[in-house]
Design a protein around this ligand. Structure first.
Ligand code: 13P
Length: 255
């Protein structure tokens, strides 16, 4: 069975002091919610403060990106082993990284394999643009990104990978995908995963939906067979909204 997972991607928001306040308040409420894995992903500079506050809370911590090399002359970058000391998750291949920072399926794949080596759990983002959606290319785009991003992972590691389907047109727009559309894409992703790693492994992989998730629309997404949680942007910065989303996602799914 797949335990639901809800992760908050804070993106480039909150100072260290603000992170302390928000994590403190949020964790008081989140720690009481059982049956769902909760993950907070603040900016790099706040990971240290957040990890101290979350110790023993059962709430996971994640980074939003990393480099694939172990160390070296890569000014401004952060290595997998550095993150491993602070957190256990890392968001990889977010569409904002693909759009603004030149990430490709190839670099995402290098990062996924680096996460495997370092023992980090990647949350690998896939999703089509509005133009691709309108051209009916969603399934092709998402399948290609999934295959390319996860290729070379061992089955054992693959079962721990988290995939996040985030249609680019739904991110930060207030225009979420319909739950039915997301379910159809998720089922397609699980089919690709099944072809890559076998049915059993594919059944173990959590696939999250992301893109304008709120406390009002979360339940509809979570009621779908292949939607195992959410990757939340804007609403993860507001205590009541994020707690509201997390508390609605308690049903384990799968075989
Ligand atoms: P919003 O929830 O703000 O649409 O952002 C989604 C997202 O990009 C999460 O990674």
């Amino acid at each position: 069975m797949r335990k639901p997972l809800v992760a908050g991607n804070w993106k480039m928001n909150k100072t260290i002091a603000e992170t302390r306040d928000l994590v403190f308040t949020m964790s008081m409420k989140l720690r009481k919610i059982e049956g769902v894995e909760k993950v907070i992903c603040p900016p790099f500079v706040s990971l240290m403060a957040a990890s101290a506050l979350l110790e023993g809370s059962g709430i996971g911590l994640g980074a939003q990106n990393m480099h694939w090399e172990e160390k070296g002359a890569f000014t401004g970058e952060v290595a997998p082993g550095m993150l491993k000391e602070l957190c256990s998750y890392v968001i990889l291949g977010h569409s904002e990284r693909r759009t603004y920072f030149g990430e490709t399926d190839e670099t995402v794949n290098k990062k996924v394999l680096a996460a495997q080596k370092a023992g980090l759990t990647p949350i690998v983002c896939v999703g089509e643009t509005l133009a691709q959606y309108e051209a009916g290319q969603t399934s092709d785009v998402v399948s290609t990104q999934t295959r390319a991003g996860l290729q070379g992972a061992t089955s054992d590691f693959a079962s721990k990978i988290v995939v996040a389907y985030e249609p680019v047109w739904a991110i930060g727009t207030g225009k979420a995908s319909s739950a039915e559309n997301a379910q159809a894409v998720h089922a397609g992703i699980r089919q690709v995963l099944s072809e890559m790693f076998g049915k059993e492994t594919a059944q173990a992989i959590r696939i999250l939906y992301g893109g304008s998730v709120t406390a009002s629309n979360a339940a509809e997404f979570f009621s779908q067979a292949d939607i195992d949680g959410a990757l939340v942007g804007g609403a993860s910065l507001k205590v009541d909204d994020f707690v509201g989303i997390v508390s609605q996602s308690k049903v384990a799914k799968g075989e």
